[in-house]
Ligand binder design. Sequence first.
Ligand code: UDP
Length: 244
Amino acid sequence: MKQVDLLGIPFLYTNLQQFVSLLDKRIQQKEKTFVVTANPEMVILARDDAAFMNVIHQATYITADGIGIVKAAGLLKNPLPERVTGYDTMLQLLTLANEKHYNVFLLGAHENVLQTVKTKIEINYPGIRIVGAHNGYFNWEDNNIAESIKSAKPDITFVALGVPRQEKWIAENLHSFKHGVFIGVGGSFDVIAGTVKRAPAFWQKLNLEWFYRLLKQPSRWRRMLALPRFVLYIVKQKMKGPSS
Ligand code: UDP
């Protein structure tokens, strides 16, 4: 499958619809799949932290989460079709799971958020069987969660522990599972529960979703310092000429 390398990270050349079909095929074939949806902050984090870079490289697929990745790929003359975010992928997977009666496990967020998400899925996607749910505030050494996922055998596990916790958790525990899709979805549970609002369509159209989130959650500013560094790396790479 075609990949586009961006600062050492191989992004899958795909759009959302193709990607979800690909995941569906792998679910049917009982293949194990680790999905990372990477945004510019994560690219920078991986460049600063070799262990995290290693975790990301264990993913079966890495998709472009954020307009910054798509723009950068275009600038480097190695374009990606569109962004494939964790949130959008989660919604599409829920629709798929509803149609095909797939089993789903929810891992992450605060207990009240988790319970709201669970109820909303039960109401809006009655074809889904939720085979387990656990909040995201547990002892890292606790093997019980991996054990319950192992015995529940979900087709899809949504892991909402935030970056980089969710990717690390999946990478560390993946060996315990036989099959299924494992995808880090960041703050998606909060968005589905309604505790955090996604940017209105207007902001999304202007590609200013990141700015909207900054206005709503000013505490994110520190994390956003990675963005100018990302731009700088991309410009440097561009000046070096076509990469191999
Ligand atoms: N979270 C969690 N366990 C933790 C830390 C965070 O379950 O130990 C959850 C948190 O409640 C929230 C999500 O992880 O639902 C992180 O959301 P954020 O918007 O920070 O995601 P990111 O932008 O890092 O993908």
